[in-house]
Design a protein around this ligand. Sequence first.
Ligand code: PAF
Length: 281
Amino acid sequence: MRIFRNPRQLQSHIGKIKRAGKTVAFVPTMGALHEGHAALLRRARRSADILVLSIFVNPLQFGPAEDLDRYPRPFANDIALAKRERVDIVFAPGIADIYHGDRSTHVEESGLSRGLCGAARPGHFRGVTTVVAKLFNIVRPDSAFFGQKDYQQYKVIERMARDLDLPVKVVMVSTVREKDGLALSSRNAYLSAGERATALAISGALSQAVSDIKKGKTCAGVAGAMRERLQAAGIAQIDYAEIVNADTLKVPHKGDRRLVAAIAAWVGKTRLIDNMLITRE
Ligand code: PAF
């Protein structure tokens, strides 16, 4: 396994790989890798000759009052997991390797990124699409893998790739959960034991929503019930608890079949997100 820090050196190495006719699968991450990332790496490993993992805590996607400084950075553990999952190349640049001090270009998706997390975290998706577009230009992957837990992020990146004719297949991989339903997230490391127990209300509310929608209950009623369940568990700050169309991420029309139940809520000082896809009969 080779570790690159410098984008130009990686670009030239990838150039050689591509000229040899090999395919490249890419898993972009911010590190603090867990079994959810391992599932992305396994899926990606099967799909190409060369597997590239990036580890970069992207400052552009954090708001001024967010957790950029305390975001976990257990680099040695991440490298061990990367080796275990047979990663060929780790790209681990520093901030100055990625961003010029006088940069003045951004990539912005202006539809799917507006609601849900986009409404709660202004500028977040612009930071995500800017860094992912840059990473795609550096790594030039044939396919790139994103977790369903960040469903809106996956949809936004898929749209960006389509709109900009980027020659990469954007693939979503299902959320990995603990046995009790908690979605794996690097931010779970912030939770105390009590907060972790409270956080279970999120996956609980989503599972209930899936079953209620399948029983024919209205989206508005089900969204209200999710909110009540979170509040009953002691979760007071809810950024959103919504049922939206899984493709447009907007309020669903009556006949829409593919929906997503999505929640972003604060458990103590930790913002958690989760979602479940629903196919309505
Ligand atoms: O999902 C993440 O870890 C990040 O948002 C990503 C896609 C690596 C961009 O920084």
